[in-house]
Design a protein around this ligand. Sequence first.
Ligand code: PRP
Ligand code: URA
Ligand code: MG
Length: 225
Amino acid sequence: MTIEDREDAYLVTHALAKHTLSQLRDVETEQVSFRKGLVKLGRICGYEIIDGRMETEYVEIETPLEATMGEQVRGLDDIVIINVLRAATPFVEGLLKAFPRARQGVISASRDEEAGRDEDGSFPITVDYVKLPEIHEEDTVIIADPMLATGSTICTVLEHVVENSPDPENLIVLSAVSAPEGLLRVDEAFPEADLLTVSIDDRLDDDGFIVPGLGDAGDRAFRTT
Ligand SMILES: O=P(O)(O)OC[C@H]1O[C@H](OP(=O)(O)OP(=O)(O)O)[C@H](O)[C@@H]1O
Ligand SMILES: O=c1cc[nH]c(=O)[nH]1
Ligand SMILES: [Mg+2]
């Protein structure tokens, strides 16, 4: 079975999301444009989550002229966004434009690339810092990381998130680019999570980088090597 056959991996298909991701992929896109692109993509993905996952309700409102019925999105106060340091930081900045009242969590989880990949293809993950808000049953939890490669980072983050929290109404893993094997790893370990991504790329290379991908998102956004 491939990831496309699974019912819980969804693509963000908005044309602007694809447009922005294509700019991010371009090796000529320098730091400032790259960071701004991640912010823009986060905002578009946020709007897509609202459009595809959240309900609206009718409300009575008073315009300057008369009373009428309007519509408002339900649950905007029950959003939790988890920022996986460090590449997710600009991506989360964009998400916050869609969800300005989100409660935020931060987790520093990074791949130990020097240790290399384990036999099952995963990376050892170093977790240095975890600060998560309390999660409630009515929450929509969005774990944001632009890159989902082997899935090792997201599996580690999910362990921290599901530990001691009730099942939230929605548990969403949001990435910009993902690799099929990483999506499968996360899906197998956490079937309760919905996997939302802008692109499922072809494969991973021997170093665990997504191909064609967009390179090292953290390094490109933070101008490190
Ligand atoms: O799916 P995986 O194989 O775990 O890889 C994906 C992770 O790798 C990158 O982070 P990295 O460890 O390079 O940290 P950084 O964001 O600080 O660069 C990326 O931002 C993801 O968090
Ligand atoms: O392709 C990849 C894989 C992990 N992290 C990145 O930034 N890019
Ligand atoms: Mg990196």
